[in-house]
Design a protein around this ligand. Structure first.
Ligand SMILES: NC(=O)c1ccc[n+]([C@@H]2O[C@H](COP(=O)([O-])OP(=O)(O)OC[C@H]3O[C@@H](n4cnc5c(N)ncnc54)[C@H](OP(=O)(O)O)[C@@H]3O)[C@@H](O)[C@H]2O)c1
Length: 296
């Protein structure tokens, strides 16, 4: 059977490395991975060259400017990668049969109504990062290319830097830690997200009637509702570290970029569209911690 050709951009980030980790486990795909050095997504000619060299069926764009606080003073660099590059990717793809899978953020919502945030609900991106991600989404939705946009939250992984790794490090160094307890959300284990994307591509390949479900915006996160305090407490307990976690309000930790207090994503649309199940956050964090311990 003909293999599905997948090009992964931003391949050295958390999510990109999870695709690299999974690559050997799937016979179905022929992967090509591109770090920033290989393909800088701010260069349309670099993207065009990659497409002409590889002729991919899918491009998975894991590249992003993710330094949320730095973005407040580094506006151009953030927009170049999160917004303007979306137009360049779309230009390079336009007219071809290449499908794009792109990732966005829970930050685009920034609304609180006590209910899981739905893809068709209101968006009020507030920080530079959030606005740059939302405007990137809009460019892609209007571009005419085939694009699936996945809004995800609180990304964790055994690769790169993230909250789990920070807690494991600080939990060894300190006897107590203050962690905010008034921002609600759920982690997204990047390995689960990457697996979900690959399963969706397989399903699309097996059943062409699902094609009209591709060109959509979806949410993804692990199941459940917690705060950062809950997450930190679980990590410290699971790692058996003698560190006390104290719950504090966000006001105790002023940040340059405002954080949403409510990041509970409804996963209903994605689960229904592709008949998938998503693991609970607790199992996801345990799996991620196990991957960190075993260096995989
Ligand atoms: N991290 C989170 O908590 C979070 C939450 C919600 C949504 N998301 C979204 O999820 C997606 C994946 O995030 P992640 O956590 O995997 O991000 P990440 O670990 O920060 O990785 C991003 C990657 O993009 C690369 N990159 C930056 N500029 C580039 C450019 N001009 N050309 C090519 N590559 C470039 C970076 O390269 P360098 O290593 O060289 O900098 C890095 O490898 C992103 O769209 C992000 O916005 C993330």
């Amino acid at each position: 059977m003909k293999k599905i050709k997948v090009s992964v951009l931003g391949a050295n980030g958390q999510l990109g490395q999870e695709f690299q980790y999974l690559a050997g486990k799937y016979e179905t795909f022929n992967f090509s991975f591109f770090s920033r050095e290989d393909v800088d997504i701010t260069s349309e000619s670099a993207i065009r060259k990659m497409i002409s060299d590889v002729n991919p069926d899918y491009i998975i764009n894991c590249a992003a400017y993710t330094a949320v606080d730095k973005a407040e003073s580094d506006i151009k660099a953030c927009y170049d990668v999160n917004t303007i590059a979306c137009q360049k990717i779309a230009n390079a793809i336009n007219g071809s049969k290449v499908r794009l899978i792109h990732f966005s953020s829970d930050y685009v919502y920034h609304v609180y109504d006590g209910m899981p945030l739905r893809e068709d609900g209101p968006t009020e991106p507030k920080s530079i990062y959030a606005k740059s991600k939302y405007e990137g989404e809009e460019i892609l939705r209007k571009s005419g290319i085939e694009v699936m946009i996945i809004r995800t939250s609180w990304v964790i992984s055994s690769f790169g830097n993230n909250f789990v790794k920070t807690m494991l490090r600080l939990g060894k160094e300190r006897s107590s830690l203050n962690v905010v307890n008034d921002q609600y959300g759920a982690p997204s284990y990047a390995r689960h997200l990457a697996k979900t994307i690959l399963e969706i591509i397989i399903k699309l390949n097996e059943d062409p009637t699902l094609s009209d479900r591709f060109n959509q915006t979806y949410n993804f996160a692990n199941e459940g509702v917690i705060t950062w305090y809950d997450l930190a407490s679980m990590i410290i307990k699971e790692a058996k570290l003698p560190c006390i976690i104290n719950p504090v309000p966000s006001s105790a930790y002023p940040t340059q970029a405002v954080r949403p207090k409510w990041s509970i994503l409804s996963k209903h649309k994605l689960k229904e569209a592709f008949n998938i199940t998503i693991p609970h956050w607790h199992a996801a964090v345990k799996e991620c911690m196990d991957a960190i311990v075993h260096n995989k």
